[in-house]
Design a protein around this ligand. Structure first.
Ligand SMILES: *Cc1c(COP(=O)(O)O)cnc(C)c1O
Length: 430
């Protein structure tokens, strides 16, 4: 009997022991973060919200960062994750291209966010911090941090964007079960929150505003730090475990990739997949790396490259990045994790130097291919991940029309089992 081997699995001992820091490999060094006075920020200023170890990683000139043993042990609960050949999806599409997905949905939180959550909770606990604040849009980051904080003995307060809390009330249940406290943002707990509520009591909230609330609280309490689930360099560093495993899995499968594809919200799952391949890209290897975003929040495809703040209230440093502006109000699309106005400075730099590409897909295509994937591979993708999936399918179909085929690897950044109301809405044609 011919049983297709769809899963490329790595044994536990193949778990990468170091993260890959792409900073020294960027074609141009990153421009510095700027403080409120417009001058390059002194890294020590960040110590009010981050532990020194993470600040060091944020600016590190070292390529290899060994992963501390307690983090490795926690990651090994579910890693290495499978890279799966999507035979059934290929058949459903009728394409000769080989489609693989790196399955980050198998983590305890159901998304790739656990990779950095565990690392950040660990480094904060090592620095003597007792409590973390954070924001969450779709709820995946809050869930990942709630679990990670539990693992390393920290308390957590999560500011959850109000519209997301309405759409996904059960995310709050999970965070509460893990011991985290969840407030709808804007909240009455902070100055930024109260100001936003005074200006518009009906506001849906935004990720930028929730960041302001979490940063404000962390800055004002000495035992409390802030944790960010995307955008920053140290987050992308922790996520490179995705791409490092994919490199081993491609070798195991005897494949060289033509396309590496991931969805883009702040850039962490895309950066995690692609950063370890940057030396290959600089060597001129023909790998097309595509960051996929929603047409309704087109940061990379329509945004400007300039200095901008990471949050609505302007509490964060200014960072050089592609941005739609901090006052950009994205529509309440269901891919809550892709509603951010900005992008990671690392991803922005790679795009500006044309080592990577960006593309936007429509909500109709996202749902269409999510439904085909669910009905062939029997995994319900997170709406965010479905952007990478949709682009991968469209590319495979386009290549087929041209009589070509390729090897396409995309990240399934999470599962959609907490997004069923979004699927219900789409099934009803709304
Ligand atoms: C948060 C999230 C994203 C978007 O964030 P990135 O930092 O761009 O990866 C994508 N997919 C899932 C499942 C998420 O939870």
């Amino acid at each position: 009997m011919d049983i297709p081997n769809n899963k490329i699995l790595l044994p536990k001992q193949e778990l990468p022991r170091s993260w890959f820091n792409v900073l020294p490999e960027l074609p141009e060094p990153l421009e510095p973060y700027l403080g409120p006075d417009g001058q390059p920020l002194s890294p020590s200023v960040l110590e009010v919200i981050f532990p020194p170890s993470l600040i060091e990683q944020e600016l590190s000139p070292v390529i290899e960062h060994p992963i501390a043993e307690p983090i490795l042990k926690a990651l090994a609960l579910w890693r290495p994750t499978p890279m799966v050949r999507a035979y059934r999806l290929e058949k459903a599409l009728g394409v000769k291209s080989r489609l693989y997905f790196k399955d980050e949905s198998v983590s305890p939180s159901g998304s790739h966010k656990s990779n950095t959550a565990l690392a950040q909770a660990y480094f904060n606990s090592q620095a003597g911090i007792k409590r973390l604040t954070t924001e969450t849009g779709a709820g995946q980051w809050g869930t990942a941090l709630a679990i990670a904080a539990r693992e390393f003995g920290l308390r957590v307060r999560v500011f959850m964007v109000r519209v997301s809390l309405k759409q996904k009330p059960y995310r709050k249940t999970i965070m509460n079960l893990m011991g985290a406290e969840v407030l709808p943002s804007p909240s009455e707990a902070t100055i930024s929150g109260r100001a936003a509520l005074a200006a518009n009591p009906e506001t849906l909230g935004t990720l930028g505003l929730a960041i302001s609330e979490a940063v404000e609280e962390a800055a004002n309490q000495s035992d409390t730090n802030y944790a960010l689930g995307s955008v920053l360099n140290h987050v992308i560093l922790h996520q490179t475990i995705i791409g490092l495993e994919v490199q081993k899995q491609l070798k195991l499968a005897g494949e060289t990739p033509d396309y590496l594809i991931a969805c883009h919200g702040g850039g962490s799952n895309f950066g995690g997949l692609v950063a370890p391949f940057v030396p290959n890209l600089k060597n001129g290897e023909p790998i097309k790396c595509v960051a996929v975003e929603p047409q309704s929040c087109p940061t990379l495809t329509k945004g400007q490259y300039r200095y901008d703040k990471g949050d609505a209230a302007g509490l964060t440093p200014s960072m050089p990045m592609y941005t739609l502006g901090t006052d950009f109000q994205p529509p309440a699309i269901h891919a809550g994790g892709l509603r951010y106005h900005g992008s990671s400075p690392i991803i922005s730099s790679l795009l500006k130097s044309k080592l990577i590409q960006a593309a936007a897909v429509s909500a109709d295509d996202v749902f269409k291919f999510a439904q085909i994937f669910a009905g062939s591979e029997y995994i319900i993708p997170a709406p965010e991940s479905a952007h990478a999936l949709a682009y991968s399918c469209l590319k495979a179909l386009e290549l087929e029309q041209e009589g070509k085929s390729s090897t396409i690897v995309f990240t399934l950044s999470g599962h959609g089992l907490m997004d069923l109301s979004a699927y219900e809405t789409s099934l009803n044609g709304k």
